[in-house]
Design a protein around this ligand. Structure first.
Ligand code: 5GP
Length: 201
């Protein structure tokens, strides 16, 4: 059986990636790894669905046990992907999406160079600020911290393989599947097939 594809999916907070991922994972061939974090749950978030919520001590214990595929510190909290969320799914032929920030993504470039890197951009910073305010879950101070973080992250978009601008949800989701399809047609992805055709001639 073919192994699943590892997809690194990054976007500054407020770019609508959560809504995009909810749509994408309606397709059972795609699984979004549930990360662990030390930040508190936001209104409406559920343990084991949005994140595994850990204390700083529990998170550091897991770091020392080697339980993480990758982890990073972001806005004063730890965030990390557990190996147990990735390996079994890939082995089962399911594509695993890692919804992670740029530091973690750059580390994965080194660990798994074959992963597919997708960055989601807001149409503008003005629109990003408007969306963060509309969410209504964070103070103005935290919103400004996230906007300034977005401005730090956006230059890293140039190190990804594909950029999707999330101006309209349906279009952005369609772009995601176009990227996956296009990527599956590259010579690199089809190399094995070429060899099989020649061998079976
Ligand atoms: P939020 O607090 O808005 O849910 O997430 C903040 C940032 O942490 C987002 O950019 C998100 O992509 C990133 N993030 C979530 N999970 C992980 C993870 O497992 N590893 C890393 N490196 N970043 C993560």
């Amino acid at each position: 059986m073919n192994k699943g594809r590892l997809i690194v999916f990054s976007a500054p907070s407020g770019c609508g990636k959560g809504t995009m991922l909810a749509k994408i994972t309606e397709n059972e061939k795609f699984y979004c790894a549930v990360s662990a974090t030390t930040r508190s749950p936001r209104r409406g978030e559920t343990e084991g669905v949005d994140y595994y919520y850990l204390t700083k001590e529990e998170f550091e214990q897991k770091i020392s046990e080697g339980a993480f595929f990758e982890y990073a510190s972001y806005c004063d909290n730890y965030y990390g992907t557990l190996l147990s969320e990735v390996t079994p799914k890939l082995e089962a032929g399911i594509n695993v999406i890692l919804e992670i920030e740029v530091q973690g993504a750059m580390r994965i470039r080194e660990l798994s160079p074959d992963a597919l890197f997708i960055f989601v951009m807001p149409p503008s910073v003005k629109e990003l600020r408007r969306r963060l305010k509309k969410r209504g879950t964070e103070s103005d101070e935290i919103i400004e911290k996230r906007v300034s973080k977005a401005l730090d992250e956006i230059p890293y978009a140039k190190k990804y393989d594909y950029i999707i601008v999330n101006a309209a949800l349906e279009d952005a989701v369609e772009d995601f599947f176009t990227v996956i399809r296009t990527d599956s047609l590259t010579v690199k992805a089809q190399g094995k097939f070429i060899d099989e055709v020649i061998e079976n001639a």
